[in-house]
Design a protein around this ligand. Structure first.
Ligand code: PEP
Ligand code: MG
Length: 377
């Protein structure tokens, strides 16, 4: 479904029965378009469908660059029902399952068994492909009613009790999630991803809790994944990115969350339309953090991927690959477009362009150099 957000005044200008054009690609919303505009958008819709059908033909082709470097493309999902779309679009696995959606829009906390069944369905549905399960990332913009008593009121919720901070405070939440994941892990390959990590000690605490949970389950003769799944950190806080070399010692993998990383690096709330125009993952500071994190992961020989929106934007593919990323996770619908971009791209040229881009001082210049490179393809 096409969607545009941050249209604050719009509801004052529309009434029932109005025709509205919603262009989710450009962010344009047109109320009661004239005949010519309507015709233009109808044609565009037909053209987009035609392109999508053409892209679907790429489903069984590898995501390989022109100079034959294989890139892994995975899907982000928020709900179990989305795995069909992931498979249809040719995703190699689930790079990010945001478990918080199972907690939203309900009055109670899902039980461990309920979480286990959801996970088992996803893992079985992915038929041997790896599923990366992220533990609860609530707080800030995602507030389940059932956890209200723990979340309290914060003047700065984006910097408050959210994600792993909440899971470590209310440990029963984390224990239940980890138990469900370990149990579901007997049905196929899983990885555990921890959101909003800022220090190594948080990772060590998670591992200790996982061991405790595993011992408890084994004692009850409940089957669990053996060996225990890899545990990785979301790199989405600038401080985590800048200490990625140290963090890597306690992580089995990294997943770079460019949505929050951009927000915290530039101090721009991604949901606030008054400053949204300043939000740019192409800001040199954000790119440097991605570069540093990727280099640290490569040195430590642990896998690293990007799972923020940037990964699903084919205009950004060249810079991410040029910075050393070989694994991208995105909304399923973006997989074919990104694959097409990868198949038309020469990695050694992208790497050279990335070096030039990294010398730039502002996102405008970065975007111009990137657009110019994309236009060559
Ligand atoms: C991110 O921050 O980039 C990310 C993938 O996590 P979320 O969008 O769920 O915060
Ligand atoms: Mg995030």
């Amino acid at each position: 479904l096409p969607a545009v957000v941050g249209t604050a005044e719009l509801l004052n200008h529309v009434k029932n029965g109005d025709i509205i054009v919603v262009d989710g690609v450009t962010g344009q919303v047109i109320v009661n378009p004239d005949e010519a505009t309507l015709k233009r958008f109808h044609e565009r819709k037909v053209e987009l469908k035609r392109q999508a059908r053409k892209l679907e033909r790429l489903r069984n082709l590898p995501a390989m660059t022109r100079d034959e470097v294989q890139i892994s493309l995975q899907a982000n999902i928020d709900l179990p029902g989305e795995i069909d779309g992931a498979l249809e679009h040719g995703a190699e696995g689930i790079g990010l399952y945001r478990t918080e959606y199972v907690f939203l829009n309900r009055d109670d906390v899902p039980t461990q068994d309920e979480q286990y069944v959801e996970l088992r369905n996803i893992i079985e549905g992915m038929k041997g492909r790896t599923v990366t399960v992220r533990t609860l990332d609530v707080g800030n913009d995602k507030l389940p009613y059932s956890l209200g008593e723990h979340l309290g009121v914060s003047a700065n919720p984006a910097m408050g009790l959210r994600a792993i901070r909440l899971s470590l405070k209310v440990q029963s939440l984390l224990e239940n999630q980890l138990s469900a994941i370990l149990r579901a892990g007997i049905h196929g390959p899983v990885r555990i991803l921890i959101p909003m990590i800022s220090t190594s000690s948080e990772m060590r605490q998670v591992r200790q809790i996982m061991k405790k949970v595993a011992t408890r389950l084994r004692r009850k003769k409940i089957k669990i994944a053996d060996p225990l799944p890899p545990v990785g950190a979301m790199i989405e806080i600038p401080g985590a990115a800048l200490s990625a070399d140290g963090l890597a010692r306690d992580c089995d993998f990294f997943s770079i969350g460019t949505n929050d990383l951009t927000m915290y690096t530039l101090a721009i709330d991604r949901g606030d339309e008054q400053v949204a125009h300043l939000y740019s993952p192409l800001h040199p500071a954000v790119l440097r953090l991605i570069q540093f994190t990727t280099a640290a992961a490569l040195r430590a020989r642990i896998p690293v991927n990007v799972c923020g929106e940037m990964a699903g934007d084919e205009r950004m593919t060249a810079i991410l690959l040029g910075l050393g990323i070989r694994d991208l996770s995105m909304a399923s619908a973006a997989v074919p477009r990104v694959k097409q971009r990868i198949r038309g791209l020469d990695l050694s040229e992208a790497t050279r362009r990335a070096q030039t881009i990294m010398e730039q001082a502002d996102s405008g210049m970065v975007a111009a150099l990137l657009d110019d490179f994309n236009a060559l393809a």
